[in-house]
Design a protein around this ligand. Structure first.
Ligand SMILES: NC(=O)C1=CN([C@@H]2O[C@H](COP(=O)(O)OP(=O)(O)OC[C@H]3O[C@@H](n4cnc5c(N)ncnc54)[C@H](O)[C@@H]3O)[C@@H](O)[C@H]2O)C=CC1
Ligand SMILES: O=C(O)CCC(=O)C(=O)O
Length: 388
């Protein structure tokens, strides 16, 4: 039985895919794997048994990925599974940033005049806001969400200018040909009437929206942040809003200062909160965990190479190790000494880490102990096919 610990509420449509070989609970202390949404795992002390963490979502900044790599814990995410949900909320944010719908609704609730219609007609002039048709949307980060937003904005009649120095081939294929390709973020900042950011939070992107970058933007720019709080310097944003350099800031990642600032619309991290997206993410996360736990296959990991091999033999030895010379010779020697014949072997590296799977029909019980004696080996595991 594999033990799966849930750290957030995970859609049952996904969890039910685990089947009879799994127990799922939020209270285990010796779990084989974790499935998580936004719960922060930085202070979580993983049990020795923990083999994998699946983030049912895109951003992994709630997970100590480097520490997991050092311990041989595979971290997965579910790329693209919630992109449509976020795209739809970004479009909602785009309209809300332009038309004073939120302010108008709040004002309408305060009307005490018996002649409601007359009061509306007299007061509505305060809530004029521009149309988006023909305006320029800047998109920083053209991954699953950025591409979906850019393409939708084109269909809404906007000009779109996008920047992503690391764009994937898949994303590039999916991007509308009408999106103008910027070679620097500054180009996007200068041209955008509306700016939306869809990059991961990391050292490179932290505080990317700050007083210097805002100074490059058009006066009255409207900025949307449905990616992460760390991307925008709150103090600089509030100052820019007060000086009317920024007309509106719409974000899924608020804080107490922002929520009380005029011309800020704070949503309570609702980007992925649709039944469709919660189910998609849960299904993908469960499928990834099952294939790793049962077959050692790794797909959609953020810290390990992709390795997917069909099972051909009774046993599979899976080894997470340092990406250094001679490791395959070490494994081959260990197998030879134990009289285990190698039927199939795959090795892939990703940065400092590598992953090797070796298929065999012979098993010497202590093969993993022998392999793990080598300094370069982080973790080794045998999976018997017969059990499944
Ligand atoms: N509001 C919400 O509920 C949600 C928020 N998110 C956030 O949105 C982010 C993006 O999500 P996806 O599009 O699904 O991820 P993705 O991985 O498909 O796309 C991210 C893109 O950012 C690009 N990028 C990385 N560094 C960059 C830089 N310095 N400048 C420009 N581009 C850069 C990458 O090349 C990649 O194409 C996530 O990392 C997460 O933080 C994701 C899902 C839900
Ligand atoms: O699961 C959620 O609600 C958060 C989604 C998110 O922020 C992400 O996928 O990066």
């Amino acid at each position: 039985m594999y033990k799966i610990k849930t750290m957030n509420k995970i859609s049952n449509e996904g969890l039910k895919l685990f089947g009879d070989l799994y127990e799922v609970d939020d209270k285990f202390e010796d779990e084989d794997a974790i499935i998580v949404r936004s719960a922060k795992l930085h202070d979580y002390d993983p049990p020795h048994n923990l083999k994998a963490i699946a983030r049912a979502g895109a951003g992994v900044n709630n997970i100590p990925v480097d520490a997991c790599s050092d311990k041989g814990i595979v971290v997965f995410n579910t790329p693209g599974a919630n992109a449509n949900a976020v795209k739809e909320l970004v479009l909602c944010g785009l309209f809300l940033s332009s038309r004073k719908v939120v302010e108008g609704i709040e004002w309408a609730k305060t009307i005490e005049d018996d002649d409601f219609g007359k009061a509306v007609e007299a007061g509505k002039k305060q809530f004029v806001g521009p149309e988006i048709d023909g305006k320029t949307l800047g998109v920083i980060g053209l991954g699953a969400i950025g591409v979906a937003v850019a393409n939708a904005a084109i269909k809404l009649g906007m000009h779109v200018v996008g920047y992503d120095p690391y764009i994937s081939v898949k994303a590039a294929w999916g991007l509308s040909k009408w999106v103008k390709h910027a070679t620097t973020p500054e180009e996007v900042y200068r041209e955008a009437d509306y700016l939306t950011i869809h990059v991961p939070a990391n050292e490179e992107t932290k505080n990317m929206i700050n007083k210097k970058t805002i100074a490059l933007m058009k006066r009255d720019v409207r900025i949307l942040n449905f990616a992460r709080d760390a991307l925008v310097n709150t103090e600089d944003m509030i100052t820019a809003l007060k000086k009317e350099q920024v007309a509106k800031y719409v974000t899924d990642f608020g804080n107490k200062d922002l929520v009380n600032t005029p011309n800020v619309i704070v949503m309570p991290h609702l980007g992925a909160s649709t039944p469709e997206s919660e189910e998609n993410c849960a299904r993908m996360a469960v499928t990834e965990l099952k294939d790793f736990l049962e077959n050692g296959n790794i797909q959609n990991s953020v810290n390990m190479p992709t390795v997917v091999e069909a099972r051909a033999t009774n046993y599979r030895v899976c080894i997470i190790h340092k990406n250094i010379p001679n490791m395959l010779a070490v494994f081959a020697n260990a197998f030879a000494k134990k009289g285990m014949n190698i039927e199939n072997m795959v090795n892939k590296a990703r940065g400092d880490i590598a992953y090797t799977i070796i298929d065999t029909n012979d098993l010497s019980e202590d093969i993993t102990k022998v392999i793990e004696k080598h300094d370069g080996v982080i973790r080794a595991r045998v999976i018997a096919k017969a059990v499944f």
